[in-house]
Design a protein around this ligand. Structure first.
Ligand code: NAD
Ligand code: ZN
Length: 349
């Protein structure tokens, strides 16, 4: 597949076993570049050697920067460490960064690539389902600041995305479900066809054999949206379905909810209420919760301090303006943007 965004165009490979052909693919496009892999310890132990070997096999020099797994690594301190290592490996402007890992690595390595020597090429090799269907596409890169998530970053597209659907086989159930929440999101907001597929293959074991096709559909969907709204001013907001409430729940640390679980609750709760308010076709809520449940995703509001949740939802960085822009379903496969005043938020939660 070729991703065309604005005047940028790059190949996006979705191939079983692609981790063994990373070297070939990079050498074909960047014949004389050295490669620096940025990854985390968990991913390196699973796939690092395979990817390094495939790059070495091309006679290409490769070094790896191995970070600690987890969201804490998406920080300015880690970024500085990455810059130190890039200098140590004498990485020049014509060399390549390869981001091998989940969204944490993709966001951090992409941001490092955007500003190291004022920008060098990078390749996304996403290994979580979430990164394969969401974070590796669209060019958003970032690190977290102590004041909040993703507050420093850049729009900076990769030169290539290499997805090996088999990589998700080693994910734990929690991370697999997190990725599925985003997959299901595309089905709900824009892809009835995908909804049909998910309903048919409605468990982790059933979907594994068709995962390549599912990932491909999600990438096409995200590209469609990003192509029409590269800088996040309008349509791209629709990808935020489930996220206004989801982010608020995620920020409430007492709840200890993962991103995917929080988004699943966000999608279910808003649809329940928009259907009650007559904005969503009757029966949609039942379809929503039935699919979420089949992938072991939660659907009900947890016992939470509601005032805190409202405050967090209001402060979501995508809602800086006075009006909140809610994403609601018209029906399965169709959504719309519903601007509301903050005071009306309780109707949806
Ligand atoms: N840039 C974007 O558009 C965008 C979109 C959505 C999310 N994000 C960001 O993505 C991050 C979350 O991404 P994530 O969920 O991939 O988290 P992650 O990168 O922390 O990965 C989750 C865990 O899975 C492990 N892992 C990765 N691949 C594995 C594999 N194949 N097998 C077994 N374990 C594996 C990792 O070591 C980690 O412990 C957040 O920081 C979020 O802000 C960015
Ligand atoms: Zn998300």
């Amino acid at each position: 597949m070729i991703a065309n965004i604005g005047n940028i165009s790059y190949p996006l490979y979705i191939e079983k076993g692609a981790l063994d052909t990373v070297g070939e693919k990079i050498a074909e496009k960047f014949p004389s570049a050295k490669v620096v892999i940025i990854t985390d310890d968990k991913v390196f132990s699973l796939y690092g050697k395979r990817v390094e070997d495939s790059i070495n096999a091309q006679g290409t020099e490769v070094n790896s920067i191995i970070l600690e797994q987890g969201e804490e690594s998406k920080s300015l301190a880690t970024l500085e460490h990455v810059f130190d290592k890039l200098i140590e490996y004498e990485t020049s402007r014509t060399d390549i960064i390869a981001a091998l890992g989940g969204g944490v690595i993709g966001d951090l390595a992409g941001f490092a690539a955007s500003c190291y020597l004022r920008g060098i090429n990078y390749v996304q090799i996403p290994t979580t389902l979430l990164a394969q269907v969401d974070s590796s596409i669209g060019g958003k890169t970032a690190v977290n600041l102590k004041q909040g998530k993703n507050l420093a970053g850049a729009f900076y597209h990769p030169s290539m995305v290499i997805i090996d659907p088999d990589a998700s086989e080693t994910l734990d159930d929690e991370n697999f479900a997190c990725g599925m929440a985003e997959v299901i999101k595309y089905a709900f907001i824009m892809d009835k066809d995908l909804y049909g597929i998910l309903n048919k293959y409605n468990s982790r074991s059933k979907i594994q054999p068709v995962l390549s096709d599912v990932i491909k559909k999600c990438c096409e969907d995200k590209l469609k949206v990003v192509q029409r709204d590269e800088k996040d001013n309008g349509l791209r907001l629709t990808l935020n379905f489930g996220h206004t409430l989801g982010h608020a729940l995620e920020k409430n640390q007492e709840l200890n909810l993962s991103h995917g679980h929080a988004v699943a609750i966000g999608m279910a709760v808003f649809t329940k209420n928009s259907e009650k308010l007559g904005q969503t076709k009757q029966g949609t809520y039942d379809q929503v919760i039935s699919l979420l449940k089949s992938f072991h995703l939660p659907i009900d509001m947890p016992e939470a301090d509601m005032q805190k949740t409202f405050e967090y939802a209001k402060r979501d960085k995508k809602t800086f303006n006075a009006k909140l822009k809610l994403i609601l379903l018209e029906e399965i496969g169709k959504c719309f943007i519903c601007p509301i005043d903050y005071e009306e938020l309780h109707k949806y939660i």
